[in-house]
Ligand binder design. Structure first.
Ligand code: PDD
Length: 285
C-alpha cells in the first residue's frame, strides 16, 4: 500500500512524500512516545484513555505537549476520512524533535508529530477464534516500561523468538514473574475463578484496554487480584489472555507447549472480549 494520506507536522501528505529529519531524536535516541488507537466502524476506541496516557508519557520525559487534545482528535478523524478507514488502527508518534546529536535534551527543539493509519481486521479476528500460543522469554527491556516510548527492539526480538519457535507471541519474565506480553498486558483466570494480572508499576505499561477490562470484570462480579504471577501459575490456570488496543481480549491457549484449560479460547475470556467490544463501541467517537 503506497497511497495512504499521513500527517507530519501540520501537513497531510501522501505517504511517499512524508519526511522526517535524520537528526530527529526519535531516530537517533528513540526519544519519542507513541500511541496506537483502534478504529472500528470508522470510530475511535478509548480516545480518552489514550490521550491521558500520552500526556503522562510526555510529562515523564519532560517533553512538550505539542497541541491540545481537541486538535489531535481532529487529525485522527481527518485521517479516518482521508483514508476511508473502516477498521484498523491509528499510530501516533511524538518525538522531542530535531537537534544536533547530543545526549542532553535540546532546549529549543520543536516536537515532531507523525500519524498514520493501518488497515487491520480487529473485531473479527483469528485470535478470538483460535487463541494465541505463547512462549516465555526473559524480560530484557529497560526500567521505565510505564512510559510508552518507541524503544521497541527488545519486544521485537522477543516476538521473533516466538515466531522462530512456531508460536504467536511471548510473555516476558523477570525474577520468576511474568511482567507482560511483548505488546500487550497478561492475565490468567485461576481454577478458583480469580482474574489475576500484574499490578501497575514501572515494570509494565498501564494498558488503556487493561483499565477498562478490570472495570468491566469488576462490574461482572469477577474476583480480581492485581499481583505478579509465575509461568507455573499460568500453566495451571483455567484460562489466560492478553489485552491491547489492537487485540482487545486475546485468549491464550498454550504457554511453553502446555495447553491452558482444554487448549481452546476460554469462555470467560471470550465473554470479557464481547463485553469490552460492546462497551467500548458505545463510547467510541
Ligand atoms: N502495544 N504492554 C505493552 C508492552 C504494549 O506495547 C501494549 C500496547 C500494551 C497494551 O496497552 P493498550 O491496551 O493501551 O494498547 C501493554 C501497542 C498496541 C503496540 O505497540 O502496537
Amino acid at each position: 500500500m503506497k497511497d495512504r494520506i499521513v500527517y507530519v507536522n501540520g501537513n497531510y501528505l501522501n505517504e511517499t512524500e512524508a519526511k522526517v529529519s535524520i537528526f530527529d531524536r526519535g531516530f537517533l535516541f528513540a526519544d519519542a512516545v507513541y500511541e496506537v488507537t483502534a478504529v472500528i466502524d470508522r470510530k475511535i476506541i478509548e480516545w480518552e484513555g489514550h490521550i491521558k496516557r500520552l500526556k503522562r508519557s510526555l510529562k515523564e520525559l519532560d517533553m512538550k505537549v505539542p497541541m491540545n487534545p481537541k486538535d489531535l482528535l481532529k487529525i485522527h478523524s481527518k485521517l479516518i476520512k482521508h483514508n476511508n478507514l473502516k477498521e484498523g488502527l491509528i499510530y501516533l508518534q511524538i518525538t522531542r524533535g530535531e537537534a544536533d546529536r547530543d545526549f542532553n535534551y535540546p532546549e529549543n527543539a520543536e516536537p515532531t508529530v507523525v500519524l498514520f493509519t493501518q488497515v487491520k481486521s480487529l473485531a473479527e479476528s483469528n485470535i478470538a477464534t483460535y487463541g494465541l500460543k505463547i512462549i516465555s522469554v526473559p524480560d530484557i527491556r529497560w526500567g521505565r516500561r510505564d512510559i510508552k516510548t518507541v524503544q521497541l527492539l527488545a519486544p521485537s526480538m522477543c516476538k521473533m523468538m516466538a515466531k522462530n519457535a512456531g508460536k504467536d507471541d511471548a510473555w516476558m519474565v523477570q525474577d520468576g514473574f511474568i511482567t507482560e506480553g511483548t505488546s500487550n498486558n497478561a492475565y490468567i483466570i485461576t481454577k478458583q475463578n480469580v482474574l489475576v494480572t500484574r499490578n501497575l508499576s514501572n515494570n509494565i505499561l498501564a494498558g488503556v484496554t487493561r483499565l477498562s477490562i478490570l472495570k468491566y470484570a469488576k462490574e461482572a462480579q469477577i474476583k480480581i487480584e492485581e499481583r505478579p504471577f509465575t509461568i507455573d501459575e499460568a500453566k495451571n490456570a483455567s484460562e489466560a489472555f492478553v489485552s491491547s488496543a489492537t487485540t482487545f481480549v486475546g485468549p491464550v491457549v498454550e504457554i511453553d507447549n502446555i495447553k491452558i484449560g482444554d487448549g481452546k479460547p476460554g469462555k470467560q475470556s471470550l465473554r470479557l472480549r464481547e463485553i469490552y467490544l460492546q462497551e467500548s463501541m458505545k463510547q467510541a467517537i
